[in-house]
Design a protein. Structure first.
Lengths: 295, 363
């Protein structure tokens, strides 16, 4: 007999047993394969540490010069270069240079990883309806599941440190590039694709010469969104031991250090704006044929 | 005249659009199910119904029909952008249906090139980048790509525009790029799907002239789709007319104009200016006797022939072929009769006379 007062719940003992079974199973898995998984991610760890050292140990004027140079190459705008350099100078003057470099290293590696994994997945989704049907709910989970929830198994497997932090960041930051690569390729004009077919283009030729170039505006928007998403995860990642601007923020929350929080918060905002404007300007420059319309 | 050889053979081709065409092909082919029944009872669309057409090498074959008549579907069967449900398509001796994916790609690269109604240029590439596209796909060396591309860009009159993007060009210029892209592929067959339909009337005539000039030079087998009868008659060596997925008439332009096979074709040709379209050769009758005082080329239009006769104050002339040999004789009376039939109808129906002829005759 179902009673109407109170939702009919699973028997408490069964529920506990279920939770225990899953936890136990995962713990066993961790014990068995933790080392293997850690080995698997070793190259990533090495790369991340390399980039971080490079940024932290290189003399600051050189770093500033290289960043300014990169901003110029991407945007061809001296105004943007001036803004970026000024922002970094202020950040450094307020004593946040090293943390900023660590965060920068994390963002760069997370973005590279997201792009390297995300673009092929996005292409797969665009080509195959089945892949898309499988991927869409997965992406929804990746973007909406509270990050603390997937931090639990990641930390159980890999412990606390840079790599689990990086994985947490990538899980949250990769979906935009995957979604927008898929979208960009699906939006390519069917007439142009038919023309490529009529000229005998192979699948690979169509991808390289038609679909990817025409999807580029969307792909660039995806990369931009990915970078922003990665930056927004900095504080969460610091909770599992990722060094950088997130750690002082965490300390500020715990101790109600208002100013410390605001300074580091603005440093994150500063980097975000530099990344955003530069990547957008770069995207626009790749779209010369669109600017031509307004000429 | 070229020696005639068949370049493209289309044999009893059927195309049914829908999820399960194979279920209904027999009912359509052997049971005579019509387009409306197929749509109503089974929700499948009959795109092509028993279409057979031989296209001769080196000629311009026009396929004409209203929208929805299946002409664009038919042209896509030639390079198998659309798979036939039944029937055969043989191109230059190759059974197109039997090609495996790789062989099909090679066939498309080597044997056919296509020009599209909406141009279908690559917006991220310059004129030059678009024209080399087919050559790139074929893996031709960069030097050769550029040489070919520059040649064809100048042949279609786009010198100096190599570095422009399609969005910077007018429709007519964009389609010149499309034409140059197709020609640079140096395939024996050129497929033109309503290639000039999107252009302004004046530009369209311009492009027709360019195409005809180029054709004199390259002598390709051109399949040209259009819904515009004037265009069909102007450029077609042969014209085929489609209606509801069926081929209702095919022949030389004069045949279509002088003896339309069905009311549908009659509707099409009613407004045609026969004085310009019909060549005097079509009326030539063989006679014996002394030569006439005037000789006219068989390729002269009726209107011009009438004018020549009137100016010379003669009632008949000998008609010659392209080599200058007399092939028959034509009388002014026949010419005027043929002209008047159309001019009278047209004038009565539409209130517009077949322009210059009566005036000139009077003068």
């Amino acid at each position: 007999m179902i009673s109407l007062d109170g939702f009919p719940v699973m028997d408490a003992d069964t529920l506990t047993a279920l939770k225990k079974a899953i936890d136990g199973g995962f713990r066993a898995f961790t014990r068995e394969f933790g080392a293997t998984v850690e080995d698997f991610f070793l190259p990533l760890r090495t790369f991340l540490i390399f980039v971080e050292r490079l940024l932290v140990t290189t003399p600051w004027p050189l770093v500033l010069l290289v960043i300014g140079g990169l901003v110029y190459l991407a945007s061809r705008s001296w105004r943007l270069v001036a803004g970026a350099v000024a922002a970094l100078l202020i950040i450094g003057y307020f004593g946040m240079w090293e943390d900023t470099m660590r965060t920068l290293a994390m963002i760069v590696v997370a973005t590279l990883l997201s792009v390297a994994v995300g673009i092929p997945l996005g292409i797969l989704m665009a080509w195959s309806g089945r892949a898309r049907a499988v991927m869409l709910p997965v992406l929804d989970v990746m973007q909406t599941m509270p990050s603390f929830v997937y931090l639990i198994p990641v930390v159980m497997l890999l412990g606390i440190g840079k790599v689990p932090g990086l994985i947490a960041v990538v899980i949250y930051a990769a979906p935009p590039i995957i979604r927008l690569t898929n979208l960009g390729i699906r939006l390519v004009d069917a007439d142009v694709l038919e023309a490529a077919d009529a000229f005998g283009a192979s699948t690979w030729q169509k991808l390289r010469k038609v679909q990817l170039p025409l999807a580029l505006p969307n792909i660039m928007a995806g990369i931009n969104q990915t970078i922003m998403a990665a930056l927004s995860m900095v504080v969460v990642a610091s909770m599992i031991g990722v060094q950088g601007l997130g750690q002082p923020v965490l300390k500020a929350i715990a101790n109600q250090y208002f100013t410390l929080g605001v300074f580091n918060g603005f440093a994150i905002v500063g980097i975000a704006i530099i990344f955003d404007r530069t990547s957008q300007a770069f995207g626009r420059r790749l779209q010369k044929h669109r600017e031509a319309e307004h000429a | 005249m070229l020696e005639s050889s068949t370049s493209i053979e289309i044999r009893n081709v059927y195309k049914i659009f829908g999820p399960h065409p194979e279920r209904y092909i027999e009912a359509v082919r052997d049971g005579g199910m019509c387009k409306a029944d197929l749509l109503e009872k089974h929700n499948h669309v009959l795109g092509l119904s028993n279409v057979s057409l031989d296209i001769e090498a080196g000629y311009i074959q026009v396929i004409m029909g209203l929208s929805g008549s299946g002409k664009s579907t038919l042209i896509r069967h030639i390079n198998r952008l659309i798979e036939p449900t039944a029937g055969e398509v043989i191109v230059e001796g190759t059974d197109v249906r039997a090609l495996k994916p790789k062989a099909l790609r090679n066939f498309r690269r080597a044997s056919t090139a296509m020009v599209f109604q909406k141009f279908a240029l690559l917006p991220h590439r310059t004129v030059l980048g678009n024209v080399v596209f087919g050559l790139e796909i074929r893996g031709v060396s960069r030097a050769e790509q550029l040489e070919e591309a520059h040649h064809w860009i100048s042949r279609v009159g786009l010198c100096g525009f190599e570095d422009k993007y399609p969005s910077q060009l007018s429709g007519g210029m964009q389609q010149r790029v499309g034409l140059a892209r197709a020609l640079s592929n140096d395939a024996p067959i050129l497929l033109m799907d309503e290639a000039f339909s999107a252009l302004d009337p004046l530009i369209r005539v311009d492009m027709q002239t360019i195409l005809l000039d180029l054709q004199d030079e390259v002598r390709k087998t051109i399949v040209f789709i259009t819904h515009d009868l004037d265009e069909a008659l102007r450029i077609g060596d042969r014209v085929a007319i489609m209606q509801d997925g069926e081929l209702v008439q095919q022949g030389r332009p004069e045949d279509i104009v002088l003896s339309p096979a069905t009311p549908y074709v009659e509707d099409f040709v009613r407004q045609v200016n026969r004085g310009r379209v019909v060549k005097v050769g079509a009326l030539a009758k063989s006679v014996s006797g002394p030569p006439a005082a005037l000789r006219v080329s068989g390729s002269l239009s009726l209107a011009d022939a009438a004018l020549r006769l009137v100016e010379a104050r003669l009632s008949f002339a000998d008609v010659t072929d392209s080599n200058g040999a007399v092939v028959g004789r034509v009388g002014l009376e026949d010419v005027v009769r043929t002209l008047a039939r159309s001019a009278g109808e047209t004038a009565a129906l539409e209130g517009m006379a077949s322009e210059e002829l009566p005036a000139r005759l009077a003068g």
